[in-house]
Design a protein around this ligand. Sequence first.
Ligand code: FPP
Ligand code: MG
Ligand code: MG
Length: 323
Amino acid sequence: MTPATSLFTPVEGDLQLLADNLKQLVGNRHPILFAAAEHLFGAGGKRIRPAIVLLLSRATMLEQDITPRHRRLAEITEMIHTASLVHDDVVDESQMRRGVPTVHSLFGNRIAVLAGDFLFAQSSWYLANLDNLEVVKLLSEVIMDLATGEIQQGLNRFDASTSIETYLKKSYYKTASLIANSSKAAGLLSEVSRETAEHLYGYGRHLGLAFQIVDDILDFTSTTDTLGKPAGSDLKSGNLTAPVLFALREKPYLEVLIEREFAQEGDLEQALALIQDSQGIQQARELASHHAKLAAEHLACLPPSDSHQALINITDYVLSRLY
Ligand code: FPP
Ligand code: MG
Ligand code: MG
């Protein structure tokens, strides 16, 4: 699951610095947070979000080195992401992530909720200290979006009439908003043109959507071992993702099983079999690859560089997780 190391080559040193720094920043307040920081920012994380911020920073700074504010933006991005995962694992009652026990399963719900709150608050504080009002607005909107996406997902549980549009909107809030807005923010810190800033947003938005669709497919096609968390848990919990929504168009009986929330013995297995027997997974793959392609197209505004190439390669990597 770890991206091929070569993928992030232009920012490998930056990412090492970021990991050490995050442990320091989060851990020096309290022993519990220190333990959580070791756990959260230690080995295992893919760090794809800060890698994108750092690569975009390098790709837009070219002649000059990236600034401490670019680095801080990458740290803030990872802090927000990690905070959302700590809360997410409480909401989803998940015991394992990336093959290790989650914060709430180690320290209890109370500490996990507060540790997530602390990370959100701390990220806001560092964000304000960037002294760039537009960047503050972009990243604080992300925190609203994360909560919005999570609420929408909760409200749509077991709703078989959910449209692909609604699913994509929720996926934007839950996943793509952070990548899109932090990508744009990296450009703003490099003082790129308005037009380029919007392209960077477009890159992050489409990459984020592709990323979430792929994640949702893997929940059907991968094993618990490779995922580092139980496979098949989305459908079971009523989270209807792209493969299911496409399959519903072909297999009307799926709706019956979903609407009764898999209450009868064998319902879940039958639903999984119907999905496997449909074009749902293939259609979801096509949707992911459509968004990955759009993401790559938005990069045409950047001059050639190693970082630029790495950003293009990430759009392929996202899809390669499927094979
Ligand atoms: C992972 O999705 C979850 C997210 C990307 C966002 C979670 C956001 C929240 C819980 C809201 C945050 C709260 C505040 C106060 C802003 P997943 O559960 O589908 O994926 P997983 O398999 O990685 O758990
Ligand atoms: Mg979860
Ligand atoms: Mg969740």
